[in-house]
Design a protein around this ligand. Structure first.
Ligand code: NI
Length: 159
């Protein structure tokens, strides 16, 4: 059984719509102060999504059928400190993230359907992941962090 490619592509194109709506009335000051408990503030969460957009895209583009490459492991909390997430611009980060998502969608649309199942990489914690599986992880990760932003902004309670 293989997951319908069209449905996976649709899902990763929905995040930009949701993110833009979520952040429409949020300025830098509010985003810097809004955090859920001890977690990241909204600027830091967005920087994390932006960096992982790059990581996910690189992993997908390097996926291979012959010899699936090992993916590098990352530490999100260390990245947040090293890359000074708290000092970044909310709007510039959002723009870059949306541009990266557009580029990823364009890359995926250029693949032959059989490549989605034939090409894979080796995730450090999960093991072998096809392109289909790597793409499906993205909206799960997006939703996780959008829910975190919603709680940080006081717009929703834990379900
Ligand atoms: Ni994450």
């Amino acid at each position: 059984v293989s997951f319908p490619i069209g449905r996976a592509l649709l899902s990763i194109q929905q995040t930009p719509v949701l993110l833009q709506a979520l952040l429409r009335d949020v300025d830098q000051a509010r985003a810097s102060q809004a955090r859920d408990g001890e977690g990241w503030n909204v600027v830091e969460v967005l920087c994390h999504l932006n960096d992982y957009e790059q990581i996910f895209s690189e992993r997908i583009q390097s996926a291979s059928g012959e010899n699936p490459p090992s993916m590098a492991a990352y530490n999100p909390d260390e990245m947040a400190v090293e890359k000074r997430y708290a000092e970044q611009s909310l709007t510039a980060t959002l723009e870059q993230l949306l541009e990266r998502r557009r580029a990823l969608v364009a890359f995926l649309k250029g693949l032959a359907p059989e490549e989605w199942e034939a090409r894979a990489g080796i995730h450090p914690a999960i093991g072998k992941l096809t392109i289909t599986e790597q793409v499906l992880i993205i909206p799960l990760h997006d939703v996780n962090h959008m829910e975190q932003m919603i709680r940080a902004l006081g717009l929703g309670e834990k379900f």
